[in-house]
Design a binder for this molecule. Structure first.
Ligand SMILES: [Zn+2]
Length: 257
């Protein structure tokens, strides 16, 4: 298919052509990857399904409900056998508590004066989140194409291309790393929309925000929760920032044990 077409900067049968052609094709593959089309998902029944990850074995946490109706989350490996992973179960209440802690930390909520600026900021973030993500992706695509063109020019002029190649690989890596985040981000459209509506219902007042900080609301900002231990989480937000919440077991700050 389309065998005859070659962009003008592709140089066939050049002396470095073989390596070069592979690089060229790899870049095209990245640029045309399916993940560039955004897929908007629906709200899941359990907001944290497939978003809570065990740092010790890399598996997701799954939700359990005991006969008394208490809900907890367990790492998939440790649920199979404690020999595979010994990360303990976490009560859903604790996940919510740590998330609130993280959200308050991220937005300095305890040092604010209810001046209406926080609610404005939150609404703006959700309103512009998709545009920000698109822009980030487009900038990286343009950057990658620029790298490829520069590399081709250098080859034509028989210049050293090592530095240019390094630069291109760095951009490729960045795209690769971000692709997973972008995919997860796209699936959360419905959460962002629901949270946005709840914020708008507060009619511009910061005071009500604390009352709507539940799992489903905060989920709009959360890309992933990495469980370092049942008491210590790293929360990754939609803008790629991270917040560490909870405490180290034994309290490293105070010394030992
Ligand atoms: Zn685990």
């Amino acid at each position: 298919m389309n065998q005859g077409y070659k962009p003008q900067y592709y140089i066939e049968d050049h002396h470095e052509g073989i390596v070069f052609k592979e690089d060229f094709e790899k870049v095209q593959e990245i640029l045309q990857a399916k993940s560039f089309e955004s897929k908007k998902g629906r709200i899941k029944r359990y907001p944290f399904t497939s978003r809570v990850v065990c740092s010790s074995c890399g598996k997701n946490f799954h939700r359990f409900k005991n006969h008394k109706g208490k809900v907890s989350w367990r790492c998939h490996s440790s649920q199979k056998s404690k020999l595979l992973c010994n990360t303990g179960a976490i009560d859903e209440e604790r996940i919510e508590k740590l998330l609130i802690e993280g959200f308050e930390k991220r937005y300095n909520m305890n040092q604010r004066s209810n001046d209406g600026l926080l609610i404005k900021q939150l609404i703006k973030e959700l309103d512009s989140a998709e545009g920000v993500r698109e822009r980030e992706q487009n900038l990286l695509r343009v950057e990658l194409e620029k790298c490829l063109i520069a590399e081709n020019k250098a080859i034509l002029q028989s210049l050293d291309i090592e530095a240019l190649k390094e630069r291109r690989k760095a951009v490729e890596d960045e795209i690769f790393n971000k692709t997973k985040l972008w995919e997860e981000f796209d699936k959360d459209h419905a959460f962002r929309e629901a949270s946005l509506n709840r914020l708008k219902d507060l009619n511009g007042s910061d005071k009500g925000i604390k009352n709507i900080l539940d799992i489903s609301f905060m989920r709009a900002w959360v890309i992933r929760i990495t469980v370092e231990s049942p008491f210590l989480f790293t929360i990754k937000w939609i803008d790629g920032e991270e917040t560490v919440v909870g405490r180290l077991k034994g309290g490293l700050i105070n010394g030992s044990k």
